[in-house]
Design a protein around this ligand. Structure first.
Ligand SMILES: Nc1nc2c(ncn2[C@@H]2O[C@H](COP(=O)(O)OP(=O)(O)O)[C@@H](O)[C@H]2O)c(=O)[nH]1
Ligand SMILES: Nc1ncnc2c1ncn2[C@@H]1O[C@H](COP(=O)(O)OP(=O)(O)O)[C@@H](O)[C@H]1O
Length: 205
Protein backbone atom coordinates (compact mmCIF):
# COMPACT_ATOMS: atom_id res chain seq x y z
CA UNK A 1 0.00 0.00 0.00
CA UNK A 2 1.49 3.44 -0.91
CA UNK A 3 2.34 5.87 1.85
CA UNK A 4 -0.54 8.31 2.28
CA UNK A 5 -0.11 11.65 0.51
CA UNK A 6 0.13 14.99 2.25
CA UNK A 7 -2.69 17.50 2.43
CA UNK A 8 -1.59 21.06 1.64
CA UNK A 9 -3.94 23.91 2.51
CA UNK A 10 -3.35 27.21 0.72
CA UNK A 11 -5.35 30.21 1.91
CA UNK A 12 -5.12 33.92 1.39
CA UNK A 13 -7.39 36.83 0.50
CA UNK A 14 -9.26 36.90 -2.77
CA UNK A 15 -6.98 38.35 -5.44
CA UNK A 16 -3.68 37.66 -3.66
CA UNK A 17 -2.71 35.23 -6.43
CA UNK A 18 -3.50 31.73 -5.13
CA UNK A 19 -4.73 30.48 -8.50
CA UNK A 20 -1.82 32.11 -10.34
CA UNK A 21 0.74 30.60 -7.97
CA UNK A 22 -0.89 27.16 -8.14
CA UNK A 23 -0.85 27.26 -11.94
CA UNK A 24 2.82 28.30 -11.88
CA UNK A 25 3.59 25.38 -9.52
CA UNK A 26 1.89 22.97 -11.91
CA UNK A 27 3.83 24.41 -14.86
CA UNK A 28 7.14 24.38 -12.99
CA UNK A 29 7.25 20.58 -13.02
CA UNK A 30 7.34 20.57 -9.25
CA UNK A 31 6.60 17.26 -7.56
CA UNK A 32 3.23 15.79 -8.22
CA UNK A 33 0.28 17.18 -6.43
CA UNK A 34 -3.38 17.02 -7.27
CA UNK A 35 -5.66 20.02 -7.02
CA UNK A 36 -8.98 19.48 -5.30
CA UNK A 37 -11.73 21.20 -7.30
CA UNK A 38 -14.10 22.94 -4.92
CA UNK A 39 -17.87 23.19 -5.07
CA UNK A 40 -19.54 26.59 -5.07
CA UNK A 41 -22.89 28.32 -5.49
CA UNK A 42 -21.35 31.47 -6.98
CA UNK A 43 -22.02 32.40 -10.60
CA UNK A 44 -19.64 31.08 -13.22
CA UNK A 45 -17.23 33.71 -14.55
CA UNK A 46 -16.61 33.97 -18.30
CA UNK A 47 -14.08 31.32 -19.27
CA UNK A 48 -14.69 29.12 -16.23
CA UNK A 49 -15.55 25.48 -16.79
CA UNK A 50 -17.79 23.35 -14.57
CA UNK A 51 -15.75 20.55 -13.03
CA UNK A 52 -12.43 22.29 -13.77
CA UNK A 53 -12.54 25.62 -11.94
CA UNK A 54 -15.34 24.62 -9.59
CA UNK A 55 -18.31 22.32 -9.45
CA UNK A 56 -21.01 24.95 -9.91
CA UNK A 57 -24.13 23.99 -7.98
CA UNK A 58 -27.36 25.57 -6.74
CA UNK A 59 -27.81 26.41 -3.07
CA UNK A 60 -30.22 23.47 -2.71
CA UNK A 61 -27.77 21.02 -4.27
CA UNK A 62 -24.95 22.33 -2.07
CA UNK A 63 -27.05 22.01 1.09
CA UNK A 64 -27.91 18.45 0.13
CA UNK A 65 -24.19 17.60 -0.15
CA UNK A 66 -23.66 19.05 3.33
CA UNK A 67 -26.61 17.09 4.75
CA UNK A 68 -25.26 13.89 3.21
CA UNK A 69 -21.85 14.39 4.85
CA UNK A 70 -20.08 14.76 1.48
CA UNK A 71 -18.04 17.85 2.37
CA UNK A 72 -14.67 17.88 4.13
CA UNK A 73 -15.31 21.54 4.97
CA UNK A 74 -17.44 24.39 3.74
CA UNK A 75 -17.98 28.07 4.41
CA UNK A 76 -19.99 31.03 3.25
CA UNK A 77 -18.00 33.75 1.56
CA UNK A 78 -19.56 37.04 0.40
CA UNK A 79 -22.99 35.49 -0.01
CA UNK A 80 -22.11 32.10 -1.50
CA UNK A 81 -21.20 28.62 -0.32
CA UNK A 82 -17.76 27.18 -1.07
CA UNK A 83 -16.62 23.73 0.01
CA UNK A 84 -14.31 20.78 -0.53
CA UNK A 85 -15.84 17.46 -1.63
CA UNK A 86 -14.55 14.82 0.76
CA UNK A 87 -14.33 11.79 -1.47
CA UNK A 88 -11.75 13.08 -3.98
CA UNK A 89 -9.43 14.21 -1.19
CA UNK A 90 -9.59 10.86 0.63
CA UNK A 91 -9.17 8.74 -2.49
CA UNK A 92 -6.24 10.78 -3.77
CA UNK A 93 -4.41 10.81 -0.44
CA UNK A 94 -4.94 7.03 -0.22
CA UNK A 95 -3.20 6.70 -3.61
CA UNK A 96 -0.15 8.36 -2.05
CA UNK A 97 -0.59 11.66 -3.92
CA UNK A 98 -0.40 15.07 -2.29
CA UNK A 99 -3.58 17.15 -2.49
CA UNK A 100 -3.72 20.94 -2.59
CA UNK A 101 -6.79 22.77 -1.26
CA UNK A 102 -7.22 26.44 -2.14
CA UNK A 103 -9.72 27.60 0.47
CA UNK A 104 -10.60 30.56 2.67
CA UNK A 105 -9.75 30.82 6.36
CA UNK A 106 -12.91 29.44 8.03
CA UNK A 107 -12.78 26.31 5.92
CA UNK A 108 -9.07 25.96 6.62
CA UNK A 109 -9.73 25.98 10.36
CA UNK A 110 -12.27 23.15 9.91
CA UNK A 111 -9.59 21.17 8.07
CA UNK A 112 -7.10 21.95 10.85
CA UNK A 113 -9.50 20.31 13.35
CA UNK A 114 -10.01 17.22 11.18
CA UNK A 115 -6.54 16.81 9.64
CA UNK A 116 -3.96 18.29 12.02
CA UNK A 117 -1.10 16.79 9.96
CA UNK A 118 -1.89 18.92 6.92
CA UNK A 119 0.50 21.75 5.99
CA UNK A 120 -1.19 25.14 6.36
CA UNK A 121 0.18 27.93 4.17
CA UNK A 122 -1.13 31.50 4.06
CA UNK A 123 -0.39 33.54 0.95
CA UNK A 124 -0.27 37.24 1.69
CA UNK A 125 -0.13 40.33 -0.57
CA UNK A 126 2.70 42.86 -0.18
CA UNK A 127 0.01 45.32 1.03
CA UNK A 128 -3.74 46.03 0.75
CA UNK A 129 -3.36 48.60 -2.05
CA UNK A 130 -1.63 45.98 -4.18
CA UNK A 131 -4.41 43.50 -3.35
CA UNK A 132 -7.02 45.97 -4.61
CA UNK A 133 -4.97 46.60 -7.77
CA UNK A 134 -4.81 42.87 -8.45
CA UNK A 135 -8.58 42.45 -8.02
CA UNK A 136 -9.20 45.42 -10.31
CA UNK A 137 -6.64 44.18 -12.82
CA UNK A 138 -8.22 40.73 -12.90
CA UNK A 139 -11.46 42.34 -14.02
CA UNK A 140 -13.77 39.56 -12.82
CA UNK A 141 -15.65 41.49 -10.14
CA UNK A 142 -17.58 44.76 -10.07
CA UNK A 143 -16.34 47.59 -7.85
CA UNK A 144 -18.79 46.81 -5.02
CA UNK A 145 -17.66 43.17 -4.92
CA UNK A 146 -14.03 44.27 -4.94
CA UNK A 147 -14.68 46.53 -1.94
CA UNK A 148 -16.35 43.64 -0.08
CA UNK A 149 -13.44 41.33 -0.87
CA UNK A 150 -10.83 43.86 0.27
CA UNK A 151 -12.81 44.51 3.49
CA UNK A 152 -12.97 40.76 4.05
CA UNK A 153 -9.19 40.53 3.50
CA UNK A 154 -8.50 42.62 6.60
CA UNK A 155 -10.16 39.98 8.82
CA UNK A 156 -8.49 37.17 6.89
CA UNK A 157 -5.01 38.65 7.36
CA UNK A 158 -5.61 38.55 11.12
CA UNK A 159 -6.02 34.77 10.84
CA UNK A 160 -2.51 34.37 9.41
CA UNK A 161 -1.04 33.43 12.80
CA UNK A 162 -3.18 30.26 12.79
CA UNK A 163 -1.18 28.95 9.83
CA UNK A 164 2.12 27.06 9.88
CA UNK A 165 3.67 29.25 7.18
CA UNK A 166 3.14 32.70 5.69
CA UNK A 167 4.37 33.37 2.16
CA UNK A 168 4.41 36.81 0.55
CA UNK A 169 3.30 36.79 -3.07
CA UNK A 170 5.44 39.68 -4.26
CA UNK A 171 6.73 37.92 -7.37
CA UNK A 172 5.04 34.74 -8.57
CA UNK A 173 8.34 32.84 -9.15
CA UNK A 174 9.53 33.68 -5.62
CA UNK A 175 6.24 32.65 -4.04
CA UNK A 176 6.39 29.36 -5.97
CA UNK A 177 9.95 28.70 -4.77
CA UNK A 178 8.96 29.41 -1.17
CA UNK A 179 5.94 27.12 -1.28
CA UNK A 180 7.89 24.35 -2.98
CA UNK A 181 10.58 24.45 -0.31
CA UNK A 182 7.93 24.36 2.43
CA UNK A 183 6.36 21.26 0.88
CA UNK A 184 9.75 19.56 0.50
CA UNK A 185 10.69 20.21 4.11
CA UNK A 186 7.26 19.05 5.34
CA UNK A 187 7.83 15.78 3.49
CA UNK A 188 11.24 15.35 5.11
CA UNK A 189 9.75 16.08 8.52
CA UNK A 190 6.98 13.49 8.07
CA UNK A 191 9.54 10.98 6.78
CA UNK A 192 11.73 11.50 9.86
CA UNK A 193 8.76 10.86 12.16
CA UNK A 194 7.89 7.67 10.22
CA UNK A 195 11.53 6.50 10.33
CA UNK A 196 11.60 7.12 14.06
CA UNK A 197 8.53 4.98 14.68
CA UNK A 198 9.67 2.24 12.32
CA UNK A 199 12.97 2.01 14.20
CA UNK A 200 11.22 2.07 17.56
CA UNK A 201 8.88 -0.76 16.53
CA UNK A 202 11.78 -2.81 15.12
CA UNK A 203 13.60 -2.61 18.47
CA UNK A 204 10.40 -3.42 20.36
CA UNK A 205 10.07 -6.81 18.60
N1 LIG B 1 -13.82 27.19 2.57
C1 LIG B 1 -13.61 27.13 1.25
N2 LIG B 1 -13.24 28.25 0.58
C2 LIG B 1 -13.04 28.14 -0.75
C3 LIG B 1 -13.20 26.93 -1.45
N3 LIG B 1 -12.93 27.15 -2.76
C4 LIG B 1 -12.60 28.44 -2.87
N4 LIG B 1 -12.67 29.05 -1.67
C5 LIG B 1 -12.35 30.46 -1.33
O1 LIG B 1 -13.47 31.27 -1.53
C6 LIG B 1 -13.02 32.61 -1.79
C7 LIG B 1 -13.75 33.17 -3.02
O2 LIG B 1 -13.42 32.41 -4.16
P1 LIG B 1 -13.73 32.97 -5.61
O3 LIG B 1 -15.09 33.55 -5.65
O4 LIG B 1 -13.42 31.92 -6.62
O5 LIG B 1 -12.71 34.17 -5.76
P2 LIG B 1 -11.15 34.16 -6.08
O6 LIG B 1 -10.50 33.12 -5.19
O7 LIG B 1 -10.74 35.53 -5.77
O8 LIG B 1 -11.02 33.82 -7.53
C8 LIG B 1 -11.51 32.52 -1.98
O9 LIG B 1 -10.90 32.93 -0.77
C9 LIG B 1 -11.28 31.04 -2.22
O10 LIG B 1 -10.01 30.62 -1.80
C10 LIG B 1 -13.58 25.77 -0.70
O11 LIG B 1 -13.71 24.66 -1.20
N5 LIG B 1 -13.77 25.94 0.62
N1 LIG C 1 2.88 38.19 -7.78
C1 LIG C 1 1.99 38.87 -8.52
N2 LIG C 1 2.28 40.11 -8.97
C2 LIG C 1 1.38 40.81 -9.70
N3 LIG C 1 0.15 40.35 -10.04
C3 LIG C 1 -0.19 39.12 -9.61
C4 LIG C 1 0.69 38.32 -8.83
N4 LIG C 1 0.07 37.15 -8.55
C5 LIG C 1 -1.15 37.22 -9.13
N5 LIG C 1 -1.32 38.40 -9.77
C6 LIG C 1 -2.52 38.86 -10.50
O1 LIG C 1 -3.51 39.16 -9.52
C7 LIG C 1 -4.81 38.81 -9.96
C8 LIG C 1 -5.45 37.86 -8.95
O2 LIG C 1 -4.78 36.60 -9.01
P1 LIG C 1 -5.56 35.22 -8.76
O3 LIG C 1 -4.57 34.12 -8.98
O4 LIG C 1 -6.82 35.19 -9.55
O5 LIG C 1 -5.90 35.37 -7.18
P2 LIG C 1 -6.73 34.44 -6.19
O6 LIG C 1 -6.80 33.06 -6.80
O7 LIG C 1 -5.97 34.46 -4.90
O8 LIG C 1 -8.06 35.09 -6.04
C9 LIG C 1 -4.65 38.20 -11.35
O9 LIG C 1 -4.95 39.18 -12.32
C10 LIG C 1 -3.17 37.80 -11.40
O10 LIG C 1 -2.66 37.84 -12.70
Amino acid sequence: MPERGMLIVLSGPSGVGKGTVRQAMMNSGFRDFKYSVSMTTRKMRPGEVDGVDYYFRTKEQFEEEIANGQMLEYAQYVGNYYGTPLRYVNETLDQGRDVLLEIEVNGAMQVRAKCPDAAFIFLTPPDLDELKHRLEGRGTDDQATIERRVAKAVGELKMMSNYDYAVVNDKVELAVERIESIIKSEHLRVQRVLDHYTEMLTHAK
